[in-house]
Structures are given as C-alpha cells and as structure tokens.
Design a protein around this ligand. Structure first.
Ligand SMILES: CC(C)(COP(=O)(O)OP(=O)(O)OC[C@H]1O[C@@H](n2cnc3c(N)ncnc32)[C@H](O)[C@@H]1OP(=O)(O)O)[C@@H](O)C(=O)NCCC(=O)NCCS
Length: 339
C-alpha cells in the first residue's frame, strides 16, 4: 500500500463446478472467507479476476489497473538515461534463484504489488517439469557497477517467417529494483535487432518508460482492471496507509456484508500518518465522504482520486477536492502478475 506493506488475504483460483453454479455457493464461500480473514485481523483482502462483474457485490473494488503496451520499437527512440551497469543473459534457473528476493525489493516500494504466491516462479521461468516450450524463454539480468543484480526480465521472441526483421518480442515479466536497472533493461529490449514490435502487459499506468521514448505514439496502450482490493477493517487499513495532506475528515462507509461498515473520523498529519476511530455520527464542521466499501477499497492503493469517483457519482463528498488531497498518493499502483 502507499507507505509500505500491509497484511492481506490474497484469494486465488475461485471456481465452482459447472454442475453447481448459480446456487449461492460462491456467495457463501466468499462471505465466509472474508469474515475469517477479518476475524484473523487482516485489514484487507485482494484478488485478480477472470470477469470484472463478479466481485463488486462482495465489496471488492478495482484498485490497480494494468497497462498493456505494444511498442513499435524502431519508432520509439530511446531518450532515457544511459544505465551504468550491464545486461547479460542468464539461465532460467539462475534468474529464478534471484527473482524472489528481487521481487521482494520491488514489492515493498510499489503499492499494489503482492508477495509472490508459491508456484509463480516456476510458471514465469518455465522451470516446472511440465512447462511447455520453456526453452523459448530468454532471461536477462541487470547488474549495477557494484555487481548487484538489480533487475531481471523474461521474454520470448516470436519470429515473423515472412520477414525476420519484423519479429515480435513478448515480454512476460520485468522486475527493476532501481531506476538504473529499469532504464538498462528497457533500453536493451527496445533496441534489440530484428524486433519490430514489443508487447508487454501488467505494466503500471504511470510508467517512466512513457517519458523515455522520443515518439510516444510508438506505443499503443490499453488499460484493464487488474488488482482488486476489499477493505475488511477501515481503521486498520487506513492507518497502514500514507496520506497526502494533513486534515480531518469523516467517512460514512456502507458494507452490505456487515464487515467493515460504519462512521469514522480520520485525522492525518504532515507525514501522511492517519489516526482513525469509529464514531456514532459524523461530527459537524468536518467534511464528510459517504461511500461503499467497494469505492473505499478502490481508493486504498491510490489508483483513483476522490474527485474522480465523486464526478463519476460513485462517492458523495462534501468537498471532493479537499478530501481528494487527503487521499492523494505519489506512486501510481501496479501489480506485475495475475494470481
Ligand atoms: C464465477 C463463479 C465462481 C460463481 O460461482 P456460483 O456459485 O455460481 O455463484 P453464486 O451462485 O454464489 O452467485 C453469487 C452472485 O454472483 C453472481 N454471479 C455468478 N457468476 C457470475 C458471473 N460469471 N458474472 C457475473 N455475476 C456472476 C450471481 O448472479 C450472484 O449474484 P447476486 O448475489 O446478485 O444474486 C462460477 O461461476 C465459476 O466457477 N465460474 C468459472 C470460473 C471463474 O470464472 N472463476 C472466477 C475466477 S476469478
């Protein structure tokens, strides 16, 4: 979250047998899961979805979108900084070995990113015994001048048999723990011979890469909802997050599952820390934000502003601009994989 890691219940692989669908099984399983997570003291739950329309009813809000890029590499033109380190090929096993620690470095500074679930590394690096066409994966690492591995990328090249100079590079994962690693890896990928098109998905909405290419129209970017968050405990969630301005606001949160709803006063200080307490009624003279737990969850990572949600009719705010300043964050959230 903005300000550092938060414990979360990450929900994966939700499936009801096709013979038993639409009888309320998901509803009872999900409500049970969320109540259990709340009683364990977890401030939030999170998931990625196969369909956008399923989880809003359970209080999940779209919280970090994914940007999917298609870059005409020859048109892009690198204008970013020159990275001082070096890029080398490494074996998939070698890359896999450093990936977890590297991802942890990235995770703690990147709102929206979660700890790697078990099994994901095998999937990314094709290192499980049943991996298909794993030998087509290429893995590179970025090393700083001090010799530290600060970045990693996994990709494959899809050749164009009609014209080998028009091949496509499909980037499946890029991890950069430093700005140098980010610049070094992206430049290497964008300037590769024989590649005309680079595809990358699950990037952030505010990638520095956009400002590192001379021709921004070389990139076609599409956006999808990606990381969903569900607040389970309003004071615990909000106090674990950092805010953008010192102020006092009131929140009236509606939760149809009866887990996190209530009225709260949040006071934020100049460092962005909040104290939050439940109250019986919103006090007079304090701007009030009235919203569903779903919308509060969408605000949690900083992926949307209060004023945008107010203009969309999704929240009611006494003074949307003032409350938006409180919720404002610096980093745009990102989640680099599905789970
Ligand atoms: C999606 C799935 C888990 C739903 O399970 P289910 O037991 O049939 O769902 P329920 O009967 O408990 O329905 C709960 C609510 O979700 C709604 N819903 C169920 N499936 C939905 C779908 N695919 N899209 C939109 N809404 C859906 C129901 O209409 C119901 O709405 P209500 O609360 O307003 O009445 C199940 O259909 C499934 O396994 N689908 C295939 C795998 C999948 O897509 N999983 C999601 C992975 S993230």
């Amino acid at each position: 979250a903005p300000g550092g890691p938060v414990q979360a219940s990450a929900v994966s692989s939700v499936t009801v047998a096709p013979t038993h669908r639409r009888r309320g099984i998901l509803r009872s399983v999900m409500a049970g899961e969320l109540r259990t997570a709340a009683s364990l003291g977890l401030p939030v739950a999170a998931l990625t979805v196969s369909e956008s329309t399923i989880y809003g009813r359970f209080g999940f809000g779209a919280a970090a979108a994914a940007a999917n890029w298609e870059i005409r590499t020859r048109r892009a033109g690198w204008i970013g900084p020159e990275a001082p380190g070096r890029v080398d090929f490494v074996s998939r096993d070698q890359a896999r070995e450093v990936a977890e620690a590297l991802h942890e470095r990235v995770r703690v500074t990147s709102p929206g990113e979660i700890a790697l679930p078990g099994g994901h590394l095998n999937r990314f690096f094709g290192t499980s015994p049943d991996a298909e066409k794993a030998e087509r994966l290429r893995t590179i690492q970025y090393r700083s001048p001090a010799g530290e591995v600060d970045g990693l990328a996994v990709y494959r090249v899809v050749e164009n048999p009609d014209d080998f100079s028009e091949s496509t590079l499909e980037l499946s994962w890029l991890l950069a723990a430093t700005d140098d690693a980010y610049a070094g890896l992206w430049r290497f990928l964008l300037e590769m011979d024989l590649i005309a098109l680079l595809r990358a998905s699950e990037l952030g909405l505010d990638e520095p890469l956009w400002w590192m290419i001379a021709d921004q129209r070389a990139a076609k970017i599409t956006v999808t909802d990606h990381q969903y968050v569900r607040i389970l405990d309003v004071p615990a969630a909000l106090t674990s997050r950092r805010f953008g301005a010192a102020d006092t606001i009131a929140l009236e949160v509606d939760d149809s599952l009866g887990i996190a709803g209530g009225t709260f006063i949040a006071t934020t200080d100049a460092e962005g820390r909040a104290t939050v307490e439940a109250v019986d009624a919103p006090p007079a003279g304090v701007p009030l934000l009235r919203l569903g737990v779903r919308e509060l969850s969408s605000l949690f990572l900083g992926g949307v502003s209060v004023s945008t949600l107010a203009r969309a009719g999704r929240v009611e705010a006494d003074d949307p601009t003032r409350i938006a300043r409180v919720f404002q964050t610096v980093e745009s959230p990102r989640l680099s994989f599905w789970y």
